[in-house]
Ligand binder design. Structure first.
Ligand SMILES: Nc1ncnc2c1ncn2[C@@H]1O[C@H](COP(=O)(O)OP(=O)(O)O)[C@@H](O)[C@H]1O
Ligand SMILES: [Mg+2]
Length: 275
C-alpha cells in the first residue's frame, strides 16, 4: 500500500558530492545540507543560477540519484535508491523524452503500454489527452513533424496520462521561444488547476517561477548549494502568465526575490568566466 502521510515531497539535509573531473580523489560538493518540502497540491519552483545544482536536486527527488547524505520522503515514505525511482512522480526534462520512431499517439500511450493497459483502452485515453493538450488530429504525426511547442504538449500528455501524484519538471520550457513558452505555461497551469497535483518546477527564470508558483525557493550559487530564500507567491489564480507579469504585486515580488538572487547569479557568472 502506498503511504499517504506527510508532505508530497520532503528532502531533508541533502548533500551531493561528485568526483572532480580532473582528479577523482577530490570531491566536488554540488549540494550541501539542502532541505526542501513540497506540500500536497502545492506548486513550488526552485530557481538558481546555471550550474548551481538544480537538476541534481531534482534527480534526487526523482530517485535517479542517491544523495551522499540526507533523506527523501515521498508522502511520508522513505525513498531508497535500492527500491528504484520515485513511482509517485512523473518527469519532464528540458530535452523531451519522445521516441522518434513512435507516432504522437504511440508516444502518449507508451507509459500505459509499459503498465500493461490493453491497447484499445490506452488509445482511448491517449486520444482524450491529445485533445486536452490541443493536439486532436495530430496523433499520427511523428515528433519530427511537429513544432517545438507541439512536442512539448505531447511530452506533457505523455507524462500526465499516467496521473502522477507529483510532477517533477526540469526547465521543461526553456528551449521554446517566448510566445510559445507563455502559451505552454498557461496550458500547464490550466491542467494543473484541474486536480492540483504537487509540482516541483526547476527553472533559472525568476519570472517564470513567480508566474507559475505558490512558492519560490532560491538556491545559492555552487559549490555547496542550498536554499537561501523561500517566498510565498500570493497572486490570485487562475493566472494568465503574460498578464500577471505586468501587475504591481508581481513586480514587487520580483524585486524582493531578485534582491536575494542577484548576488548568487553574479557569483555563478564570475565562476563560469573563470573556467
Ligand atoms: N554526475 C556528475 N558528476 C560530476 N559533477 C556533476 C554531476 N552532475 C552534476 N555535476 C556538477 O554539479 C553542479 C550542479 O549541476 P546541475 O545540478 O546540473 O546544475 P543546474 O541544473 O543548476 O544547472 C555542476 O557544477 C555540475 O558540473
Ligand atoms: Mg539543470
Amino acid at each position: 500500500m502506498a503511504s499517504n502521510e506527510g508532505p508530497a515531497l520532503a528532502l531533508a539535509d541533502i548533500t551531493c558530492r561528485f568526483a572532480a573531473r580532473d582528479d577523482a580523489s577530490k570531491a566536488y560538493t554540488a549540494v550541501a545540507n539542502a532541505t526542501l518540502n513540497v506540500a500536497r497540491g502545492e506548486f513550488v519552483s526552485v530557481v538558481g543560477p546555471t550550474g548551481c545544482g538544480k537538476s541534481t536536486l531534482l534527480n534526487v527527488a526523482a530517485g535517479l540519484l542517491e544523495p551522499s547524505s540526507g533523506t527523501v520522503e515521498v508522502f511520508g515514505e522513505r525513498l531508497l535508491a535500492a527500491n528504484g525511482v520515485n513511482r509517485r512522480a512523473g518527469y519532464m526534462f528540458q530535452a523531451d523524452a519522445l521516441m522518434p520512431w513512435r507516432t504522437g499517439i504511440d508516444n502518449v500511450i507508451a507509459g500505459l503500454e509499459f503498465r500493461g493497459v490493453p491497447r484499445a483502452d490506452a488509445i482511448g485515453q491517449g486520444e482524450a489527452w491529445l485533445r486536452r493538450v490541443g493536439l486532436a488530429g495530430f496523433g499520427d504525426r511523428y515528433p519530427h513533424q511537429m513544432s517545438g511547442g507541439m512536442r512539448k504538449r505531447l511530452a506533457l500528455a505523455q507524462t500526465l496520462i499516467l496521473s502522477p501524484d507529483i510532477l517533477l519538471m526540469d526547465e521543461p520550457f526553456s528551449a521554446l521561444d517566448v510566445q510559445t513558452r507563455q502559451l505552454m505555461e498557461n496550458e500547464l497551469l490550466a491542467l494543473w488547476a484541474e486536480d492540483r497535483k504537487s509540482v516541483l518546477f526547476i527553472t533559472h527564470d525568476l519570472e517564470e517561477a513567480i508566474a507559475l508558483s505558490d512558492r519560490v525557493v532560491v538556491l545559492s550559487a555552487g559549490p555547496a548549494t542550498r536554499p537561501i530564500g523561500d517566498f510565498k507567491v500570493d497572486l490570485p489564480r487562475p493566472r494568465d502568465v503574460s498578464e500577471i507579469r505586468m501587475t504591481p504585486a508581481f513586480l514587487d515580488l520580483h524585486r524582493e526575490i531578485w534582491a536575494a538572487m542577484k548576488e548568487e547569479v553574479l557569483k555563478a557568472y564570475e565562476q563560469q568566466k573563470a573556467i
